[in-house]
Ligand binder design. Structure first.
Ligand code: NAD
Length: 441
């Protein structure tokens, strides 16, 4: 089966490489010429564990190719995946510019029966727009080419994207015909050998499933952050509460950890987009509006703790920040809580020394020149008045606290992910603040 994947970002590149891994003949297309040139040289444009090996193996095996020309790439493909970005527009709704541009180009290029599958996260009704855009192009060039559209939202998680794609919890596909269903069933068969379901449904339901999934996950996070904040006021310990509720299987232990707000390229934008979709249909998603508002506030919680600790006087203080990526194992810093914290610290006159194991390059593009980019975790704490742990990378889990004590000017740790042992730190001589645990203030 010959397949084209349009958009070679976190989703498109992983999709292309993993489909090639099953023996399919895949071409990955992107408008970004530098990205494609680098991929042809074996340079992976993003940090995603395991991606380099799988890309290299399939590229060398001739099953994975790269191109900047959509027109030439899609001609003989039976399935085309659209995996371009759908960033938030000014009003928070998904910006479909890239998706519809790709649809028009597909319409201008295909020559035989093709299934056009939207993998990007798109609002309900987008597949119909994709279909109309392709149809219009075909009519304009007077071509009677058969095609169908399908919706196949992606559920991979950055940081474990390869494993998620190869062994998914489920695959959701919205289709309109038995023919498309059979072809996509065949294409995805190797990925559901683990017994997890390939769920076929109508297209609007598939499109909505992705937003509902991300919104539910974001809800869990904001709920726990709200409970953590309340714990601090009541003198309760959110760790104990978390374990107490998580042992009920109806609630479950996963995704109920408090922190300093969710970030990344998906949850914030998808929650906002779903709120927008509801509004367009005269419905207020009140729970999600609160989820979004709680998250915005939570991103400021650590700054408030730091400011309070220093009696409101941060000018001239040096704060070390560990972690910029929105979560460990990715270089993605889109909507990362660290950016909000760093901005607030700088605005308050503090000096900021940052370190992240893989996101430093990305961070240099967006952070102020006033930030000091440290060469290691230890380098970041040299001369610091405080350490703020933002992203729980493995290498931050067991620091040498005693050595750090000598390097720091003042000894206080703000743990935004509740990964450190308060008693241990206090014994070594650190003041310790976290989120919703007994020692939080
Ligand atoms: P990304 O920004 O990493 O990559 C998008 C790519 O599309 C870029 O390389 C860009 O150059 C390319 N592109 C834009 N316009 C194009 C065009 N006209 N032709 C060809 N290429 C074009 O985005 P991503 O993180 O991979 O996300 C893609 C979609 O998948 C989004 O809708 C996102 O919401 C969704 N999604 C993302 C994740 C994730 O974890 N990143 C997970 C599930 C779903």
């Amino acid at each position: 089966m010959k397949i084209a994947v349009i958009g070679t970002g976190y989703v498109g590149l992983v999709t292309g490489a993993c489909l090639a891994e099953t023996g399919a003949d895949v071409i990955c297309v992107d408008v970004n010429e530098i990205k494609i040139e680098r991929l042809k040289k074996g340079i992976i444009p993003i940090y995603e564990p395991g991606l380099d090996e799988i890309v290299e193996r399939n590229y060398k095996g001739g099953r994975l190719q790269f191109s900047t020309s959509l027109r030439e790439s899609v001609r003989e493909c039976s399935v085309i995946f659209i995996a371009v970005g759908t960033p938030p527009g000014e009003d928070g709704s998904a910006d479909l510019r890239h998706v519809l541009q790709v649809a028009r180009e597909i319409g201008a290029s295909i020559t035989g029966y093709t299934i056009v599958v939207t993998k990007s996260t798109v609002p309900v009704g987008t597949s119909a727009k994709v279909k109309a855009a392709i149809q219009l192009e075909l009519e304009q060039r007077d071509a009677a080419v058969e095609f169908e559209v399908a919706s196949n939202p992606e559920f991979l998680k950055e940081g474990s994207a390869i494993d998620d794609f190869l062994r998914p919890d489920r695959i959701v596909i919205g289709t309109e015909s038995d023919r498309a269903r059979e072809i996509l069933q065949k294409l995805y068969h190797p990925f559901v050998l683990n017994g997890h379901p390939l769920l076929f449904m109508d297209i609007p339901s598939a499109e909505l499933t992705k937003y509902a999934a991300n919104s539910m996950l974001a809800t869990k996070i904001s709920f726990m952050n709200d409970i953590a904040n309340l714990c601090e006021l009541l003198g309760a310990d959110v760790d104990a509460v978390r374990k107490g509720i998580g042992s009920d299987p109806r609630i479950g232990t996963r995704f109920i950890y408090p922190g300093i707000g969710y970030g990344g390229s998906c949850f914030p934008k998808d929650v906002k987009a779903l709120i927008g979709t509801a509004r367009e249909n005269n419905y207020e998603l009140r729970i999600l509006q609160s989820v979004d508002a709680v998250n915005d506030d939570q991103k400021h919680v650590m700054f408030a703790k730091i400011r309070r600790h220093f009696g409101g006087e941060l000018a001239g203080k040096t704060i070390a920040v560990w972690g910029i990526a929105f979560k460990p194992n990715t270089d993605d810093i889109r909507e990362a809580p660290a950016l909000v914290l760093i901005e607030s610290l700088l605005a308050a006159g503090a000096n900021v020394q940052v370190y992240d194991p893989v996101a430093m390059t990305e961070a240099r593009y967006v952070l102020s020149e006033n930030v000091l980019f440290a060469s290691s975790a230890l380098d970041a704490v040299k001369g610091a008045h405080a350490l703020a742990l933002v992203t729980e990378w493995s290498e931050f889990r067991l620091p040498d606290w005693k050595k750090m004590h000598d390097l720091m000017l003042n000894h206080v740790v703000f743990d935004g992910r509740n990964i450190y042992n308060p008693a241990e730190l206090q014994e070594i001589g650190y003041a310790y603040h976290c989120i919703g645990r007994m020692s939080s203030v």
